[in-house]
Design a protein around this ligand. Structure first.
Ligand SMILES: C[S@@+](CC[C@H](N)C(=O)[O-])C[C@H]1O[C@@H](n2cnc3c(N)ncnc32)[C@H](O)[C@@H]1O
Length: 203
């Protein structure tokens, strides 16, 4: 059964999400997201559709299964789904409850997700299961920092931010490895906090 607390938290956030995320942050991260999503190919799962702010960065002509735990988010994504020059099958779904058989996808993409999935290693293991052996995971994430002042600041911020949405201090690259992936590349987009991660489900 879907995690009702996480669902309710993001349903509450949904009506405010665009005004919070779509201005500075989204403009700033757009080039890195576009570069990452340009690699979309084959059977694609997109985790954490949100209000669809990522959709304008998707290459045209793809067929994408997109999921999000929040019905309100998926509802608000409808105009961006309709404007996409390709096919997006949007579904309300918790990453922990993926009904797809093992190996259903060639690629999984996620953006700003594993800051908020309550048990990130379990969520990543669920993605590992639905990827074919040799399949690829591409992530755009903000994480904790190796640098002490930033790390301490993020620990303090997380005490507040986790109540409304994300955690700011997650060791996401370590979590990807702990879920059984082989990390191919990590690229810092802003300091060592915002980054792209490319990982493979080993054959
Ligand atoms: C910070 S938002 C990012 C949305 C979008 N990717 C973007 O960057 O605009 C995080 C999203 O993750 C979704 N989410 C959180 N936990 C989830 C879970 N367990 N399964 C599926 N989606 C989840 C939330 O509903 C929310 O829409």
């Amino acid at each position: 059964m879907a995690d009702a607390v996480t669902r309710a938290k993001w349903d509450r956030m949904a009506p405010r999400f665009d005004s919070m995320a779509s201005k500075g942050a989204e403009r700033r991260w757009a080039p890195a997201k576009r570069e990452l999503f340009a690699r979309m190919d084959g059977r694609i799962l997109f985790l954490a559709l949100g209000t669809g702010l990522d959709i304008p960065h998707f290459p045209a002509g793809r067929t994408i299964t997109a999921i999000d735990i929040s019905p309100r988010m998926v509802e608000l994504a409808a105009p961006r789904i309709a404007a996409y020059d390709g096919t997006i099958d949007a579904q309300v779904m918790d990453v922990h409850d993926l009904p797809h058989p093992p190996g259903s996808f060639d690629q999984v993409f996620t953006s700003c997700t594993f800051c908020s999935v309550p048990d990130p290693v379990a969520g990543l293991k669920a993605l590992h299961r639905v990827l074919r052996p040799g399949g690829e995971l591409f992530m755009f994430e903000h994480t904790g920092s190796r640098f002490t002042p930033f790390r301490q600041m993020m620990d303090m911020m997380t005490a507040l931010t986790r109540r409304i949405g994300p955690e700011m201090n997650r060791p996401t690259v370590d979590n990807v490895r702990a879920a059984g992936f082989r990390v191919r590349a990590v690229e810092n987009v802003f300091l060592d906090v915002v980054k792209t991660i490319h990982a493979i489900r080993p054959t």
